[in-house]
Ligand binder design. Sequence first.
Ligand code: NAP
Ligand code: ZN
Length: 355
Amino acid sequence: MTTATNEYPTKAYGATAPDSGVGPMEITRRGLRDDDVLIEISHCGICHSDLHSARNDWGRTTYPIVPGHEIVGTVSAVGDGVTRHNVGDRVAIGCMVDSCLECSHCEQDLEQYCKEGMVGTYNGTDRRDGTPTFGGYSERIVCREEFVLKVPEGMPMAEAAPLLCAGITSYSPLRTWNVGPGSKVAVAGLGGLGHMGVKLAAAMGAEVTVLSRSESKREDAEKLGAHAFLNTTDKEAVKAARGTFDMVLNTIPVRHDVTPYLHLLKIDGVQVLVGMIDMMPELHTGVLLGRKVLTGSGIGGLAETQEMLDFCAEKGILPEIETIAMQDIQTAYDRMEASDIKYRFVIDMESLREG
Ligand code: NAP
Ligand code: ZN
């Protein structure tokens, strides 16, 4: 596996242009630096951000791109100075692989908001040598040890994967805005992030309502732990729910009017946008004058991500997953776009090794 220069030739799947689709390619993982960990990837979840990025929805994709930021695997080698991880450890990487670790945001364990910019697991630029970062649709990855998290003992690897993005992106705003017993939380969009939002908010003791266009998900919502289901196409029901929620966790991945969701909030209630939708339609400030808060939230810091993994292990919370072979990625993207998924695809990376 190791070449003369100690780099690792690695099979991967990626896109070469917005309309290329995602297909096989060969990438190179760097030889280990002192603080690097080499991980053989066992599973990688598929996030809607992968699809946005592969297609250049946000206009900032550099090709080729290898998506995937819900990564779990086993440590197979460590650099000379590594102290946190050992060969054989079950570990995970989420949406970032580096940050300055020194600015005031990083010092508050908010590396995702690093003043110098976090380095994305894919479509990022390595801070030390300027090479592009490639994500988890690949056999193995090399990552600075601080950005490698521990998969709790006993947690199944395939199910652990989606926690690294869908899990933490839902967990962080729930914690930031102190969701707990007595809170009324609505989750808009029952997909990968949304279904984790429901499970996590319910586990924190909140009363949870799913806001969905898909009547077919009503039964599932309850099974996932929601206390109520509001079909957002039912205008009367939506009107009746005005002013009732402390938080709307909005995971919708397309441009849409957020005003109806602001109306659902109590005074001082907060709508947290986690869906990445680029430009928003116009918003009349009048609705905010009802002391409604509109904000956003990006993944979570390293310590918080580990806390979330441990919380999920303790409470027995796992995502609902459908495991696929790497070769079936395009079908998975099509189904994700059609909201035909319950509720996260996870790639079994053995399929890439064998394929
Ligand atoms: P997903 O699994 O595709 O789920 C999105 C859900 O939104 C769908 O299941 C659907 O739920 C609803 N939806 C889809 N299209 C819609 C439309 N046209 N109108 C209204 N609702 C629609 O996506 P995901 O992986 O959860 O990601 C959600 C968003 O979060 C993406 O934009 C992703 O890029 C972003 N994201 C952000 C962060 C962050 O740090 N902030 C991290 C990860 C992902 P219903 O069928 O129930 O309506
Ligand atoms: Zn993601």
